[in-house]
Design a protein around this ligand. Structure first.
Ligand code: GLC
Length: 545
């Protein structure tokens, strides 16, 4: 029977950050406007029409603040200043307006765990033991025998304690020694950072992605971290991953801080608080906080960290869905500026399958710039490496530069990114793999992404609908998204070989709405569905039994 009553828009019952798509920009690499080979705010403004055309709802910028750039902006020396490389505060205000004028949202990176060692707070703190800001950072005597306070290591390799000659104590830095950790047990630090948040929220930004949220509070007794079970541990081994950071991260008190940040966020209308958290699912979900008063979206990195293996991924999705607190909103991430790009990790052939997964799982998706055209990690010769993680651990091949290369816009010089030599090199094939080329090609990754984003917008079932797993085997995973009388079946073949979708309990009939192979669109499928290698299908179901 036809529905006659007016229905309120289903999307309007959800907040923008629940049904929208987030797009991460690494500002150094998006678009240069002033010919210095580094991307900037005016460059981003120039490209907003592209983002609108692509259909994303929200842009998150990695740090654009004043910084000596020891960690490319994640070492902040003024939380309320814009680095001149990126532009001025006027440029920022213009960017915010232009984003809002297009109906999109803007998120900034908040880096509260540590400052730059050039931040005035730290300069004061290290000036003398009785400076009022001494306790803003984590200072400690060495052990009686002169040894380090404990065995904690820096994520970027080496010890996490740095000796200060002037005041004869060590300070703690989870990352570079140029990034001293703030002491979040100090209420003055808490108040100062809440002020930083209010400064940007007052300007009208739509929320924050909070850097290394799970690092913010450390064990009060500074106990040694145990070696990672099974790691080839020896006492001289200074590799972070060889220890389990049970005392240096994820302390119970961190949740009070997150709650505090959320309370500030909630002083404003519909702003969002996202947390960067690399933890197993059962711990990750605790960051939603008691009564969901923690982070709105603790970033879910399962798809970034798990092997690309159908049973493992199927299990992780179900575990995540099962572990979410009531009213905890899910989210999914396929790539970011710290990890290898999806096209390099799972291979070009699987890139569309991965996109289909990202954009049809239940929850807010975050797209990393350039993934929509299938950008791959660019091989950076050793003598061109600039990422401190890569430079500090040269034998481990862990530089993040390859995933941070300039956006490939066109076949023009430097791929249309800059008229000057870019700060990181482009791949040799950027004349072929770029936005302009892919815009015109209906078979391209970009066309696929755009179509998928449009379908998400059109069909509420695809973004806010329920999720139900249907069937997984060693090659494929499948699930149903449903809302009202709309029902979609998504089948993803994570292998390169043909596969059969043959659920035991049910059978389905429907029409292919979108597939990794354009030719399959519009085909009717039923019962056992045969998929090609690297194929993914989005099927609009007409019935189910
Ligand atoms: C986060 C950032 C990373 C940075 C680190 C230290 O993990 O994403 O890029 O190096 O924090 O701030």
């Amino acid at each position: 029977m036809e529905q006659v009553m007016a229905q309120p828009s289903v999307l309007s019952q959800h907040l923008w950050w629940q049904h929208g798509v987030i797009y991460q920009i690494y500002p150094r690499s998006f678009q240069d406007s002033n010919g210095d080979g580094v991307g900037d705010l005016q460059g981003i403004i120039k490209r907003l029409d592209y983002l609108q055309w692509l259909g994303v709802d929200c842009v998150w910028l990695s740090p654009i603040f004043s910084s000596p750039m020891a960690d490319f902006g994640y070492d902040i020396s003024d939380y309320q200043g814009i680095h001149p490389l990126f532009g001025t505060m006027d440029d920022f205000d213009q960017l915010l307006d232009e984003v809002h004028n297009r109906g999109m949202k803007l998120l900034l990176d908040l880096v509260p765990n540590h400052t730059s060692d050039q931040h005035p707070w730290f300069l004061e703190s290290k000036s003398s033991r009785d400076n009022p800001k001494r306790d803003w950072y984590i200072w400690h005597d060495g052990k009686k025998d002169g040894g380090l306070p404990n065995n904690w290591l820096s994520v970027f390799g080496g010890h996490a304690w740095e000796w200060d000659d002037t005041t004869q104590q060590y300070y703690y830095h989870a990352f570079l020694k140029e990034q001293p950790d703030l002491n979040w047990r100090n209420p003055e630090v808490q108040a100062a950072m809440m002020d930083v948040m209010r400064f940007w929220l007052d300007k009208g930004i739509d929320g924050f992605r909070v850097d290394v949220m799970w690092h913010m509070v450390k064990d009060a007794q500074l106990r040694d971290n145990p070696p990672f079970p099974g790691s080839t541990y020896d006492a001289n081994d200074l590799i972070y991953d060889h220890y389990t950071p049970v005392y240096s991260t994820d302390q119970p008190e961190v949740h009070d801080i997150v709650r505090m940040m959320r309370a500030v966020t909630d002083e404003y209308d519909e702003r969002v608080l996202i947390g960067e958290i690399y933890l197993p699912i059962h711990k990750l979900v605790t960051y939603y906080g008691q009564d969901n008063k923690g982070a709105h979206l603790p970033f879910n990195f399962q798809l970034l960290t798990l092997p690309w293996d159908a049973p493992q991924i199927a299990m992780a999705i179900d575990e995540y869905e099962g572990a979410l607190p009531a009213d905890g909103w899910p989210n999914w991430v396929l790539g970011n500026h710290d990890k290898p790009r999806i096209s390099s990790r799972v291979g070009r052939a699987q890139a569309k399958v991965a996109a289909l997964m990202l954009l049809t799982l239940r929850g807010t998706p975050t797209i990393y710039y350039g993934d929509e055209i299938g950008m791959r990690d660019v091989p950076i010769p050793m003598n061109e490496i600039v990422d401190p993680q890569g430079l500090n651990m040269p034998d481990l091949n862990v530089s993040r530069d390859p995933a941070r290369t300039p956006m490939q816009w066109s076949s023009d010089i430097n791929a249309g990114f800059s008229n000057h030599k870019p700060w990181l090199r482009l791949p040799f094939n950027s004349g072929r793999v770029n936005v302009d080329k892919q815009k015109e090609d209906e078979y391209s990754k970009l066309s696929f992404y755009r179509k998928l984003i449009q379908l998400r917008k059109k069909h509420a079932a695809l973004n806010i609908g329920t999720y139900r797993p249907v069937y997984a085997d060693p090659q494929l995973i499948s699930y149903i998204r449903e809302r009202g009388d709309e029902k979609f079946l998504i089948i993803l073949n994570l292998s390169h070989r043909p596969a059969y979708f043959k659920p035991r309990q049910e059978s389905f009939t429907g029409t292919i709405l979108l597939g990794t192979e354009v030719e399959r669109i519009g085909m009717v499928v039923e019962d056992i569905i045969t998929l090609g290698g690297d194929e993914g299908l989005l099927v609009q179901l007409s019935n189910s039994k």
